[in-house]
Design a protein around this ligand. Structure first.
Ligand code: ATP
Ligand code: LTN
Length: 337
């Protein structure tokens, strides 16, 4: 490798909205992937508080202020190392909101109305805010500000990253090449963990906050983990092969696969003939073992909010100049400034 290549690692950007109960699906689909690959990349991990404002009825100011700190602690507890990765709060870098406006102006309304997350989140609302519709444009701004090469996310975010690429290309068509076009980074298995109480829906932070049996939280106590796994939906067969398992059992096998790193044949051999009791027992042990150090580190970090505050301010100071430079380039291209 040439020395110049060594200096420029690919840029990774991702973020999580600081709402609800962070769960094992977030860990498998996103956080564990971020943590694993840190040394290979230039990493930027954001706590996207502006995205949380898109459902204002549900998010009180005090709740949001607390959640931002909690999520910063969870990022670090899951292995994000502030020495290797910038961790920051979206609203601390004003360029995110400013670029969103500029990108709103080049994004056709139809593209936003087609987004499945918008359709599902707006479906049962009496009135729908403009912010909810523009949510993916803010996400595109997050990604494009940092010349991002790779966006590690779960399967549900595929459509938003593809939209980001479309927005970058439309901008290029209107104003000339300006952005780096990002690629998705999605794990092959485990990118869509399903609800334990209902394996037909994706495990989600918002449902987890309402229904204790829906998810395993990253800081759940062992007793809670045991009870939740014991209640997880299975079926009346004894099928523990990936290809033939029902949705609920496949979900348990997938969680086991992601956390153990074992191959599918090894897992099938492990549970062959053992019934679901055995699968649930061993999965519980694995979850307790995986989450114990995360819970401990989280509790330690939450005792010292000043340390977290310093990490977040340092992160914002590190990334802001990159964001500013992109914003200046965009404004010049569009005729502002
Ligand atoms: P909410 O209910 O608030 O929409 P969520 O659980 O869907 O929350 P997000 O904040 O949308 O979580 O997602 C954070 C990250 O975790 C994203 O990269 C997302 O793709 C990933 N993720 C979310 N849910 C899952 C899941 N069930 N399986 C795998 N990855 C997931
Ligand atoms: N919409 C994402 C969170 C998010 C994000 C991003 C992810 C906001 N901005 C930029 C990757 C890159 C979600 O998980 N709900």
């Amino acid at each position: 490798m040439q020395p110049s290549e060594a200096k420029h690692k690919p840029v990774v950007f991702s973020g999580i909205q600081p709402t609800g109960k962070m769960h094992i699906g977030n860990y498998i689909g996103a956080l564990s992937v971020w943590a694993e690959n840190q040394s290979k990349y230039d990493n930027i991990f954001c706590i996207v508080d502006l995205h949380a404002l898109t459902i204002p009825e549900a998010i009180k100011p005090e709740y949001l202020r607390h959640k931002v700190v909690e999520f910063a602690a969870l990022y670090i507890a899951c292995g994000i190392d502030p020495e290797q990765s910038a961790i920051f709060i979206q609203s601390h870098v004003p360029a995110h909101a400013e670029l969103t406006w500029l990108l709103n102006c080049v994004t056709p309304l139809g593209w936003l109305e087609r987004m499945t997350q918008y359709k599902s989140k707006s479906a049962h609302q009496e009135s729908v805010g403009t912010g909810l519709l523009a949510y993916p444009v803010l996400q595109a701004a997050d990604i494009l500000l940092y010349n991002t090469n790779l966006v590690p996310v779960g399967d549900d975010q595929r459509q938003h990253v593809e939209l980001t690429r479309d927005i970058a290309q439309r901008f290029a068509f209107l104003y000339g090449e300006t952005f780096v076009t990002p690629e998705l980074l999605i794990r092959r298995s485990g990118a869509r963990i399903m609800g334990l109480d209902d394996p037909t829906v994706k495990m989600s932070k918002s449902l987890g906050e309402q229904r204790p049996e829906h998810s395993i939280g990253l800081v759940d106590e062992p007793g809670v983990i045991r009870r939740t796994v014991a209640r997880a939906v299975t079926d009346t067969a004894r099928e523990t092969r990936f290809e033939h398992a029902s949705a609920g059992v496949l979900n348990l096998l997938t969680i086991y696969e992601a956390l153990s790193g074992e191959t599918r044949p090894a897992i099938e051999a492990r549970f062959a003939g053992g019934g679901y009791g055995d699968l649930k027992r061993q999965l519980t042990e694995l979850l307790v073992e995986t989450l114990a150090p995360i819970r401990k580190r989280y509790q330690d970090l939450m005792t010292d909010p000043t340390e977290l505050d310093i990490i977040l301010r340092t992160g914002a100071a590190k990334v802001a100049p990159v964001a500013e430079a992109t914003l200046t380039r965009v404004k010049r291209a569009m005729g502002c400034a």
